[in-house]
Write a protein that binds this ligand. Structure first.
Ligand code: GLN
Length: 194
């Protein structure tokens, strides 16, 4: 990944935590606030936050077309709200999305009582082979559930049977927040794709 430029979309949400995690993983991330910055990037992280709020900002400033176009050529990594933005179908409630990942997500699907938690999950052996062995600490914050994964998708981790880390060609989505733990393997996996 030497010399590759990775950005973090910084319109809303926990972009600062992603910037710090990417830095710890050895990259030199840039915060992206203008569409014009995309042309200089090899990959982009869409952070967690509130996808409806992000969408409002994105619609207003023409980001949807710009990100769709970017994602057709370059890797995107979406966490939580970012994963919702990348999905093909969004429910509960339905909203517009980029459709770059052939997945269907249901928002806030873990319910109100237990909407946030920290847990350990066992990743797929392929994830461990490509990064390093060991369980993943997964932080869920009002997370969506991935209800459908298309034929081109590869599930790299599950929680309670549902996919929580999915790869599709150059793209990656997580419904948890690897940027909030000390485990850099998910970010490292994404950097490998640049
Ligand atoms: N609940 C948020 C949404 O639907 C996502 C939460 C998160 O990104 N941590 O957009």
């Amino acid at each position: 990944m030497g010399g590759k430029k990775v950005g973090v979309l910084a319109l809303q949400g926990d972009f600062e935590a992603h910037r710090a995690a990417l830095e710890r993983a050895g990259a030199e991330p840039v915060l992206v606030r203008e569409r014009e910055q995309l042309t200089a990037l090899d990959g982009l992280v869409l952070p967690g936050g509130e996808s409806t709020t992000m969408l409002k900002l994105m619609r207003y400033e023409g980001w949807m077309e710009a990100l769709e176009e970017f994602g057709r050529r370059k890797p995107l990594f979406g966490t939580c709200a970012g994963a919702i933005l990348m999905a093909r179908e969004v429910s509960s409630p339905a909203q517009e999305s980029l459709g770059l990942m052939d997945i269907g997500v249901e928002r806030n699907a873990y319910g109100r009582q237990i909407d946030s938690r920290v847990t350990e999950i066992a990743p797929d052996p392929d994830f461990e082979r490509r990064t390093a062995p060991g369980k993943l600490e997964a932080v869920f914050i009002r997370a969506p559930i991935i209800r459908r994964v298309g034929a081109g998708g590869k599930v790299l981790a599950r929680y309670q049977g549902d996919p929580v880390l999915v790869e599709q060609d150059r793209h990656l989505v997580a419904t948890f927040h690897p940027e909030l733990t000390g485990d850099l393997r998910v970010h490292e996996l994404f950097l490998e794709k640049l």
